[in-house]
Design a protein around this ligand. Structure first.
Ligand SMILES: [Zn+2]
Length: 150
C-alpha cells in the first residue's frame, strides 16, 4: 500500500509534506522526536517548518497512523510502527524496539481480564498495548571469584 493510500484510508488528505514526514518516520526505527524528524526531512522538503511537522504528527497520531511515545526525560518521541510492541528506554535517552519474540512473550503475559477491568474501571477502550521497559547500565560481569590457596 502506498503512503497516499494509507493516508486516504485514514481520512487524511495526502499532501506532499504529510507524505514526506510519514515516509521519513516509517523508514526509521530510531523513534525520533519532532525536532529530529524535522532535521531529517528538511533537506528533502526545504519549505517545511517545525510547526508543520508538529501539526502533521498530531494529525497522524489522532488517526492512529503514528504513536506518540511518552518520554520520562525530554520531548515526546514518535513511532510509525503501531502494532503492539515493547520499547526499551535506555539510560542514554534512546528508545529501541525489543526483539519481536520477547516483545510478544511479554505482552501475551498481560492477562486479558486485567485489560477488561482496566477498561471498566477507567471507562476507556484499550486500543493497543505499548509497554516501555526502562533500563539502566549493564550489570558488571559476574565472574566468580577464585581464591588461590584458600
Ligand atoms: Zn517502536
Amino acid at each position: 500500500m502506498s503512503i497516499r493510500e494509507v493516508l486516504d484510508k485514514n481520512g487524511l488528505r495526502c499532501t506532499r509534506q504529510r507524505e514526506v514526514i510519514y515516509e521519513a518516520l516509517a523508514a526509521t526505527k530510531a523513534h525520533p522526536t519532532a525536532e529530529e524528524l524535522f532535521s531529517s526531512v528538511r533537506s528533502v522538503e526545504p519549505g517545511l517548518s517545525l510547526a508543520t511537522v508538529y501539526n502533521t504528527l498530531d494529525a497522524l497520531t489522532a488517526c492512529g497512523l503514528v504513536r506518540r511515545l511518552p518520554c520520562p526525560s525530554g520531548a515526546c518521541r514518535f513511532d510509525a510502527a503501531t502494532h503492539d510492541h515493547v520499547h526499551l528506554s535506555t539510560s542514554d535517552g534512546r528508545i529501541v524496539d525489543a526483539p519481536e519474540d520477547l516483545s510478544d512473550r511479554l505482552l501475551s503475559g498481560i492477562p486479558a481480564e486485567v485489560i477488561a477491568e482496566l477498561e471498566q474501571r477507567m471507562g476507556v477502550r484499550v486500543r493497543g498495548l505499548a509497554l516501555q521497559v526502562v533500563t539502566g547500565t549493564a550489570p558488571p560481569c559476574s565472574t566468580p571469584e577464585r581464591r588461590i590457596g584458600g
